[in-house]
Design a binder for this molecule. Structure first.
Ligand SMILES: [Zn+2]
Length: 312
């Protein structure tokens, strides 16, 4: 008996250390604000998102702003309301260009235009999120933009968890416009399952490659489903063992200081690091970045475009 007690006592600090090391952490980041009116108006969406983040206990999310879309006083107020609620704002370019379609000079000028407008806001961070995560159409462009960002004191606000929440949003909006029945509970399940699975997919890749779980950054968009289901998303992540952290904390991770020497950057930083460590790129295919599979789940398995089953 005493021996068992002694073993337990000796094992405790180790077990506690393991538990600490195993803690999965993630921050929520919303791209493309301020987006246009959809099923919800932009104002309704922003109010719901801010209230949902507060209800879910998310003290700080990040909003990546496309400044050309701030084309009315209402939209300016929406962006200010995110900052006033404690969330941080950062540069997502002025016009959301693809790097492969424009010159380096045009691309940097677009970032500068956005930076002038971002200076009007409180609670900003010197971060740049690449539109479409299109960061390295060529090595020359990748390196020129990296140098340009460094000159401007801007850091690459990478994601670690890529997913096509934008595709699910577009399926939802199309169904709304077509007047189809929609079971919001089913849509919530699909949204949260897709994102929790994506988070675990990249976390497993990180553990396998880096031997640890980094502080993650979840790519989301300022869309209707993001606002409708933020409370459900946080609950689902927490139920799966995730802790929601601020984006400031996420970018304290040492992977913030790495610029992976690859062109495989469109699926986020973990995928880039893992591929440099020899993992095959095609093994990064997964449900949350497969448009056909998401649509099949939307119409089939999850039955979003149907009346909710009784009890929902
Ligand atoms: Zn974007």
């Amino acid at each position: 008996m005493r021996l068992i007690a002694l073993i337990l006592l000796l094992a405790l600090p180790f077990l506690a250390g393991q538990a600490f090391a195993e803690q999965k952490r993630i921050s929520l980041t919303y791209d493309d604000a301020p987006r246009s009116d959809a099923a919800m108006t932009g104002d309704e969406r922003a109010a719901l998102l801010i209230a949902g983040l507060a209800e879910a206990g998310v003290e700080q999310a990040a909003f990546f702003i496309t400044t050309a879309a701030i084309n009315s006083p209402e939209r300016l107020k929406r962006i200010q309301s995110y900052a006033a609620a404690g969330h941080v704002l950062a540069n997502h370019s002025h016009t959301h260009p693809w790097l492969y379609k424009v010159t380096v000079e045009e691309y940097l000028a677009d970032i500068d235009r956005a930076a002038e407008i971002m200076a009007l806001f409180e609670n900003t961070r010197p971060w740049f999120r690449f539109p479409f995560l299109n960061e390295a159409p060529t090595l020359e462009k990748r390196d020129a933009i990296r140098a340009g960002l460094a000159e401007r004191g801007l850091r690459n606000a990478y994601v670690t968890v890529d997913n096509y929440d934008w595709h699910l949003e577009s399926l939802y909006q199309k169904a709304v416009r077509a007047g189809e029945p929609i079971c919001l509970a089913a849509l919530s399940s699909l949204y949260t399952d897709m994102l929790v699975n994506a988070a675990n997919f990249y976390d497993e890749a990180a553990r396998e490659t880096m031997g640890r779980s980094p502080a993650h950054t979840l790519l989301l968009h300022e869309n209707d489903i993001g606002a409708l289901f933020v409370v459900d998303l946080v609950s689902a992540l927490e139920a799966d063992g995730w802790e929601i952290i601020s984006t400031d904390e996420a970018y304290e991770d040492p992977i913030f200081d790495i610029e992976p020497d690859t062109r495989f950057l469109g699926q986020g930083r973990i995928a880039a690091i893992a591929s440099l460590n020899g993992r095959a790129r095609q093994t990064f295919d997964h449900f949350a970045i497969n448009e056909d599979q998401i649509e099949d789940a939307f119409r089939g398995e999850y039955g979003v475009t149907a009346a909710c089953p009784a009890g929902n």
